[in-house]
Design a protein around this ligand. Structure first.
Ligand code: CMP
Length: 132
């Protein structure tokens, strides 16, 4: 079994998609271990996305992620990280395969509905940041 972190971003939270997104994860074999809804402040968003600090979109990303509540899920199944990335789909919703979370709920490359860990190591880091 492997752990991963998935987070519903502000625009999807505001649109009422938290329950539908969690249901997709559970229907795809993920066990819900922990859930936390929170408002990220600037310090937390910068820490969470520190890997993107040098990217041109970093400032906008932090502004967006602090614009409203998010909902974080600690999820578990076999091969959880890659299975979740498949379920979530491509970063830009226009490139996402039909049936994926971002195809259904994402609205732009930034407002792409959810975040999902990209490696088991980053999953542990992100779970530590969000759940302590
Ligand atoms: P996420 O998977 O959470 O990781 C970094 C986030 O930055 C990404 O989803 C998007 O929300 C946001 N982002 C904005 N612009 C870009 C871009 N050009 N490339 C990648 N990510 C971007």
């Amino acid at each position: 079994m492997q752990d991963t972190y998935m987070m519903v971003k502000p625009e999807a939270f505001a649109a009422g998609h938290v329950a539908a997104i969690l249901a997709l994860a559970v229907d795809n074999g993920f066990e819900l271990v922990r859930v936390r809804s929170l408002g990220m402040d600037q310090e937390l968003a910068e820490k969470f996305y520190a890997v993107h600090r040098e990217r041109p979109f970093f400032g906008d990303l932090v502004k967006y992620m602090t614009s409203g509540p998010v909902c974080g899920f600690h999820l578990r199944r076999d091969d959880a990280v890659s299975r979740m990335r498949e379920l979530v789909g491509a970063t830009d919703p226009v490139d996402a395969t039909a049936g994926t979370v971002r195809f259904r709920f994402g609205t732009s490359i930034q407002e792409n509905a959810v975040h999902a860990s990209d490696s088991p190591e980053n999953a542990q880091l992100e779970l530590g940041i969000i759940f302590g």
